[in-house]
Ligand binder design. Sequence first.
Ligand code: CA
Length: 154
Amino acid sequence: MMTADGRPFENQNKDICLLYRHKRYNIKVEEKYGLCNNNLARCTCGLRIQAGRNVFAIDGCSRKAWLIDYVQCEGINTLRVNAKTSSVWEIITPIGTTIEVMINPYSETYRWFMNVQLFMSPRDFNATDGLCGDYDGNSNNDFGNAELHKNNHW
Ligand SMILES: [Ca+2]
């Protein structure tokens, strides 16, 4: 993995992590992990993207079926969701942050997992935390909020 400012890191967390949070707006992206690669590693099996009262989920953690839908949708929908192909989804937040998700990447080994890429918007500058880091052009301060990464609700 790599932070928005380009600092590489390894994440083998067993729980749910906050991948991205905008500190002023109620926008965040959380990831859930499951055992992969013959139980030797942990990979992302679930993703929840929240903007205000709307939450869109892509979740294969059950290993039975993909949940790809809104799990909360109240008021005006603030997320734009595009299915680019049958396995690539693009979710765009109200401020232009773009999350691209490829499900079942590479091979059968990674069935029920996903690759996640997050593209910051100009309005994210100096306004984010989470595993993607404090997006401010300085890669040395990207891990100052480790306590934020553990989260008990899903
Ligand atoms: Ca930074």
